[in-house]
Design a protein around this ligand. Structure first.
Ligand SMILES: [Zn+2]
Length: 298
């Protein structure tokens, strides 16, 4: 049996799927319950049972920083999530190996095995979503760094607008300027009128709204410029752009990031490919399942 269960825990939704050779063959989605870690883990366990098929291992992509199967720190995207003993709870119930890692790291791992990063050596994966996240892979393996934060680009200093608060409590970090909510807010400021969601900004851009096009390309260029310094410092082969916002904004956003990155990276003319992630919205499920397979159940 080679099927593995992959779980993606988010602030509003939980997805659980069966993954076979990097393909999702069945997936369930449910709202994330209120009531803290115990309620969330109960729902995950119920959903895994509802998959109604045996699996050899469970992989979980989780918000926050994860060590040894436990969430050691997390923001309030899932209230009460810090301290959740994910591996202990699920392995006790299902009796199979359980791998747990940060969701962006799971996505990066999935792309490095079955997606856009699989052809390269050192790859920086950047997820542009409700937040901004990053992870590094080298030839199909996650690079951890000394404290598990290698590739985390969210808090690179980007002091171009001045005193923009970041979710981490500091000022002028990349996430405060280039994540989905920041792009939507920049559009609302420029266009005036009612605040609109990021998908609406993307829709307006496609129908020729010049303010939407300007905000998306300017943010993409800024992201590319900041990432260029990081890419130069670590000497990466390629950058893979994923996340709901990054993929939803499509080709104009990816092109703006790529052009700015290539013009700033040193030495100039060095080939650094920037390409969109391939695994789409199911990337965390696939990545988590592949991590589980890697870490125990073959
Ligand atoms: Zn920050």
């Amino acid at each position: 049996m080679t099927r593995t269960a992959g779980v993606d825990i988010g602030g509003t939704k939980i997805a659980a799927g069966l993954v076979d050779d990097g393909e999702v063959v069945r997936v369930l989605r449910r709202p994330t319950p209120a009531g803290g870690a115990a309620a969330v883990l109960d729902r995950v366990a119920t959903m895994l049972g509802e998959l109604a098929e045996p699996f050899a291992a469970i992989g979980v992509g989780s918000p926050g920083i994860v060590r040894d199967g436990t969430v050691v720190s997390a923001t309030d995207v899932v209230p009460g999530w810090a301290g959740a003993r994910v591996r202990e709870r699920l392995s006790a119930q299902f009796g199979v190996p359980v791998a747990v890692d940060n969701d962006v790291r799971a996505m990066a791992f999935g792309e490095s095995r079955h997606g856009a990063g699989s052809r390269d050596g050192l790859v920086l994966y950047v997820s542009v979503g409700t937040g901004l996240g990053g992870a590094l892979t080298r030839r199909g393996a996650l690079v951890h760094g000394a404290h598990g934060s290698a590739g985390e680009v969210a808090h690179l200093l980007t002091p171009v607008r001045g005193a923009v608060p970041c979710g981490c409590g500091r000022l002028d970090h990349l996430e405060a300027i280039a994540a989905g909510p920041a792009i939507a807010a920049a559009y609302s400021t420029r266009a005036g009128g009612e605040p609109v969601s990021l998908p609406e900004v993307a829709t307006r851009m496609r129908s020729g709204d010049s303010a939407a096009t300007a905000v998306v390309t300017e943010t993409g260029r800024l992201l590319g410029r900041v990432l260029a310094g990081f890419v130069t410092a670590i000497d990466a082969d390629a950058v893979v752009l994923g996340g709901g916002a990054g993929l939803g904004l499509g080709e104009p956003f990816v092109r703006a990031v790529a052009e700015a990155l290539r013009s700033e990276v040193r030495p100039s003319g060095r080939p650094v490919e920037v390409r969109p992630a391939l695994l789409g919205t199911e990337a965390p499920i696939v990545g988590a399942a592949l991590l589980a397979l890697e870490q125990g159940a073959r």
